[in-house]
Write a protein that binds this ligand. Sequence first.
Ligand SMILES: *[C@@H]1O[C@H](CO)[C@@H](O)[C@H](O)[C@H]1NC(C)=O
Ligand SMILES: *[C@@H]1O[C@H](CO)[C@@H](O)[C@H](O)[C@H]1NC(C)=O
Ligand SMILES: *[C@@H]1O[C@H](CO)[C@@H](O)[C@H](O)[C@H]1NC(C)=O
Length: 394
Amino acid sequence: MTASPSKLAILTFAYVSLCVQFIFTVGFNHQVHHSNFRPSPTIRLRATTQVRYIQIRPGAQFKIALFADLHFGEAASTEWGPLQDENSIKVMNTVLDDETPDFVIYLGDVITANNIPIANASLYWDQAISPTRNRGIPWASVFGNHDDAPFQWPMEWFSPPGIPEVHCPATSSAHSGEEECSFKGTGRLELIRNEIKHNVLSFSGNGPRDLWPSVSNYVLQISSSHDPRSPVAYLYFLDSGGGTYPEVISSAQVEWFQKKSQEINPNSSVPEVIFWHIPSKAYKKVAPKFLIHKPCVGSINKESVAVQEAETGIMKLLVKRPSVKAIFVGHNHGLDWCCPYKKLWLCFARHTGYGGYGNWSRGARILEITGQPFTFRSWIRMEDGDVHSEVVFS
Ligand SMILES: *[C@@H]1O[C@H](CO)[C@@H](O)[C@H](O)[C@H]1NC(C)=O
Ligand SMILES: *[C@@H]1O[C@H](CO)[C@@H](O)[C@H](O)[C@H]1NC(C)=O
Ligand SMILES: *[C@@H]1O[C@H](CO)[C@@H](O)[C@H](O)[C@H]1NC(C)=O
């Protein structure tokens, strides 16, 4: 399936200069040249920040598919590992064809970097995004704890006679054999830069430099169908760490969120939706004990919540903002519920990949947003076509 012209027409890659605090009169500044709507030179342009936007199609809902924990490249050196990836591709193909979403979010653990014995793990990352890209659907991704985990040498490579037989897969890269055989891993920045550089449909960001090595910290705007400057919702992405550094959302990220949200949504009038990979401790507080019962909604509750190592204030900040509607995480493959927590919802996605632990059937959480009036609901679409666990957030 290829993208229809109407779908392509809604893809806008320009930046929108948002109306924020500082007001000044300009002719054209640097930002305006990147905009596809040019204010007349006499207009008072209020601009300090740029947020990429995606516009809702006229008369339509905005539908997002969450692909969580695909774990491409897991057991890459075995016979069965690559088959898992083929199966994960099938899950994504099915979900994309059944739901025809406007946008996809890769919610971390896209790859199992600790199992990938090649220098360039982006080759696996690229396979994971290909079903979405092939359909002309834009996407954004956020890192999980496995995406840049250092390579772990499998013990069986050290079996008698004791010298590992290193297979250096022939990649298309022009680098020397030596480099291809160095499994130092592919860092977060390299992974996301490869994604962004080679994909016009990627809306992923690599975040402000001063937050690195925490990379996936950025915001996207969903805009109304009649005016790209008119926000319907903000999607915030935060890097919950893991892999090459601790599983935390740092106080620097909290500060960034506070500053950014103040800047672009000062009076909390626009709804906000949050995405990161590893659940925060609040998920443990609301987790159903055995069966999932109201007010929680979901279908599997098969393990305990695996939470971030520490918290430095992000939850306190989020619960205080009336505009924050829900948080979506992956990480736990055996959980797919949503539970209310104070004034917002805490939700798991649904394990999408055949990679990663657990054998619960695969699917994807779908989100649907409308503007004017704002509505927000979600359900889970399974690989076999089944739909369940609908929840209405507002
Ligand atoms: C790594 O793989 C990505 C994805 O296929 C590709 O775009 C990039 O050029 C590769 N980098 C190198 C150094 O080969
Ligand atoms: C909230 O702020 C926006 C600008 O960000 C402004 O357009 C709107 O009128 C404000 N609403 C209220 C209720 O103050
Ligand atoms: C996983 O589930 C499938 C389908 O229910 C089954 O065929 C397969 O044997 C299971 N695999 C494992 C490792 O349990």
